[in-house]
Design a protein around this ligand. Structure first.
Ligand code: GLN
Length: 544
């Protein structure tokens, strides 16, 4: 008999940002640890075809897959927890689904029939979910529906879930990740909002099989019973999911709560024994034993929404720092420094930078905050502080050295000054046309490309290999016309595209650790396998 593919839908209740992505990824990791083949799909409700054109403060990090799709940070979580590379098939937005359906209609793909939101949108969603399951040959496909139940935007995705469940009731399971507030004035955990979330699911024809109760504290027996009775689930299917110090504890917590035992039973999954979690236990032990701090400053600008500071824009960078720090048994102490503050109060900058063991400049776009970033790079170079530059962090390092070592005061990237006499960073050839046509969506240099490392360099030593593959997301590149001058100034190209044309890694010769890449190494760092550039950076920082 053909193996039946199983599907676990994860929806959210009460509010966003409670860790639906981590819950999805953790369940996936546990199922994988039971010996099953697992893949994961994220559905985002917005109309942008992908998040590539969204402002980082608005959306958080744009995570680029190996095959070059700009996606959501949850895909990053899935990759880190599942330790699998995902791709185009694993991500969709309302915009991308509608686009396919409308294009199909325009080419008579519906044979003259009326095309309607229901059923044609859910049918397209279902066919994409099944395609990703088939591509990965997955036993179980996790599907996270963005947004919260009860809102208008994700109804058609819930409808897709309902249709799949109707078709194969034993193969589809619904998990509700909800939030139980403990209002300060009451000091008591409230379950009513979750009950309403459950009713909202019921209203679209779905019944949760499992309710994951996010809160600051574990849910108690009284409230467990209340939710069980009112939401129509067994008490064992009401799962406590209190805040934990690190997201990497969640799989272990879920195991204690028998989450995947319940799922395995309900989906009639083949018995393959309990999850083998030795690596996760080891990781958590390492985290617990990393007590000496290492201070890494991230100089960025995509931090603030209103009065709040968001670090979501740099999620993979943060995780990559943590993975490497824990690997060397150090406690990552990440210090957020807003580059615009440096510009306003340059006097304070040196004082703040002095406290750091390492300086990191992540990816970025546009003019705002550039001066502050250049000041930080100069500080790292002159004071021999370990420096890691990612994408824009490499381009700006090149500008800094051209300005202050070669003395070309106007040196710049043409992203900031298209008229500079020293365009050390310029638009890539194939990008010119695209920019003229205002063709911005999904048109950067995206996804993974090979890179050849030069013998005798820091990069070659860190990777321990001659050729690597890394993921990109940029329109600008190092201008080859200035390569010789910059090499004379001490900035050598230690990694380049196989044809030798594109500079992919640069490093400074006379410096303990100064390296920057055109690609985004943070995207492929995994908790159980830190990235060599981050590992080298953290080791150098820890030495200070
Ligand atoms: N803005 C730069 C470019 O487009 C860098 C992009 C980035 O840091 N991801 O090339």
């Amino acid at each position: 008999m053909a193996r039946r593919r199983k599907y676990v839908f994860v929806t959210g209740g009460v509010m966003s940002g409670v860790g639906k992505g981590v819950a999805t990824a953790s369940i996936g990791a546990l199922l994988k640890a039971r010996g099953l083949r697992v893949t994961a799909v994220k559905i985002d409700p917005y109309l942008n075809v992908d998040p590539g054109t969204l402002n980082p403060v608005e959306h958080g990090e744009v995570f680029v897959t190996k095959d070059g799709l700009e996606t959501d940070q949850d895909i990053g979580n899935y990759e880190r927890f599942l330790d699998e590379d995902l791709g185009r098939e694993n991500y969709m937005t309302s915009g991308s689904v509608y686009l396919t359906v409308i294009q199909r209609e325009r080419s008579l793909g519906y044979g003259g029939k009326t095309v309607e939101a229901v059923p044609h949108i859910p049918l397209e969603v279902i066919s994409r979910i099944k395609r990703s399951a088939n591509d990965a040959d997955a036993d179980v496909t996790m599907i996270e529906i963005g947004g919260t139940v009860g809102e208008y935007q994700n109804v058609l995705f819930l409808e897709a879930c309902r249709m799949m469940k109707l078709d194969a009731p034993n193969d589809v399971l619904v998990v509700l990740v909800s939030y139980l507030p403990i209002p300060g004035s009451l000091g008591e955990m409230k379950s009513k909002p979750t009950q309403y979330a459950c009713r909202s699911l019921n209203a679209v024809g779905l019944q949760p099989d499992l309710i994951i109760c996010r809160s600051t504290h574990p849910i108690d027996e009284t409230r467990k019973r209340k939710l069980s009775v009112n939401c129509n689930v067994a008490p064992e299917d009401v799962i406590a999911a209190p805040d934990v110090p690190t997201i990497y504890q969640v799989p272990l917590r879920f195991r204690e709560e028998h989450v995947t035992d319940r799922i395995a039973m309900k989906l009639h999954l083949a018995k393959k024994g309990p999850p083998r979690l030795a690596q996760w236990v080891d990781l958590n032990r390492r985290i617990a034993h990393s007590s000496t701090p290492v201070a890494i400053g991230i100089i960025g600008k995509y931090f603030s929404t209103g009065d709040f500071t968001l670090t979501d824009s740099y999620l993979s960078v943060i995780e990559a720092i943590k993975h490497a720090a824990w690997f060397i048994h150090r406690k990552p102490d990440i210090v957020w420094l807003n580059s615009e503050d440096f510009e306003k109060r340059p006097g304070q900058m040196a004082g703040q930078l002095k406290e750091l063991d390492g300086i990191l400049i992540p990816g970025g776009f546009g003019t705002r905050g550039i001066k502050g970033k250049l000041m930080a790079i100069r500080y790292a170079r002159e004071h021999k502080v370990p420096y890691l530059g990612l994408c824009y962090g490499m381009q700006l390092a090149t500008v800094e050295i051209a300005r202050h070592v070669l003395g070309w005061k106007d040196a710049n990237t043409t992203e900031i000054n298209p008229k500079t006499k020293h365009p050390v960073i310029h638009l890539m050839n194939e990008q010119e046309e695209k920019m003229k046509d205002r063709d911005y969506g999904g048109t950067m240099r995206l996804g993974d490309y090979p890179c050849v490392l030069k013998k005798g360099t820091l990069a070659r030593r860190l990777y321990g290999r001659d050729t690597i593959r890394e993921r990109h997301r940029h329109r600008y590149e190092a201008n080859p016309a200035y390569r010789c001058d910059l090499e004379e100034a001490g900035l050598i190209v230690s990694g380049s595209s196989p044809d030798g044309k594109l500079a992919e890694i640069v490093e400074l010769k006379k410096h303990p650790f100064f390296i920057a890449s055109q690609f985004h190494p943070e995207l492929i760092s995994r908790p159980l396998r830190p990235h060599p550039l981050f590992l080298g950076f953290l080791k150098a920082a820890a030495k200070r």
